[in-house]
Ligand binder design. Structure first.
Ligand SMILES: Nc1ncnc2c1ncn2[C@@H]1O[C@H](COP(=O)(O)OP(=O)(O)OP(=O)(O)O)[C@@H](O)[C@H]1O
Ligand SMILES: [Mg+2]
Length: 165
């Protein structure tokens, strides 16, 4: 069963707070291997959400956009990893494998990808798929959970709805 959550985020802090909820839910789930995609146009707030997620996991250092480096890796606590990718400049599966994507999906590791649509079929594999859309000065958030782990990470307890696949 697929589950969804929709919200309107009034400020960057609200976007970070959603990331923090997902980060804490990942910790609550025992920090298993996890794959998240973040869709939305340039400046939609994808990296902002990741900043909230990483801070909630205890990452103390700077959180940089992977726009130019393609991949930023964090170890917020010993043995726990977060890989933050930006596929904006990646074109297809071969290019994604060239940066070692397959090796990133490991236990105790959360992999989050901005611009997953650059790699056909990638988003469909995600535990949790987030979409951010600017609406005036705010952001509309739409989240889909397709796996049991995704359900555990879905924000907005009490506001989620079940949708038919
Ligand atoms: N809910 C919100 N309301 C208003 N502004 C927001 C909100 N969330 C994030 N922003 C702002 O949107 C801007 C762009 O955010 P961010 O860099 O996270 O976007 P992005 O989706 O990662 O873009 P890119 O595709 O270029 O990497 C930032 O200035 C951020 O503060
Ligand atoms: Mg970004």
């Amino acid at each position: 069963m697929t589950a969804a959550y929709d919200d309107v985020l009034d400020t960057p802090a609200a976007t970070e707070a959603v990331g923090a909820l997902i980060g804490r839910a990942w910790t609550g789930a025992g920090e298993p291997g996890c794959f998240v995609v973040l869709e939305g146009d340039l400046g939609a707030g994808k990296t902002t959400l990741m900043r909230g997620l990483l801070r909630a996991l205890g990452e103390p250092g700077p959180i940089r956009s992977p726009t130019y480096t393609l991949l930023e890796t964090y170890q917020p606590r010993p043995g726990r990893f977060v890989h933050h990718l930006d596929c904006y400049r990646i074109d297809g599966w071969d290019a994604l494998q060239d940066i070692g994507f397959r090796d990133l999906l490991q236990p105790a590791t959360l992999v989050a990808v901005e611009w997953p649509a650059k790699v056909p079929g990638l988003a469909a594999r995600a535990d949790l798929a987030l979409r951010l859309e600017p609406v005036a000065e705010r952001r509309r958030l739409h989240v889909l959970a397709r796996t049991a782990l995704g359900h555990a990470l879905l924000p907005g307890r009490g506001h989620r709805r079940e949708v038919k696949p």
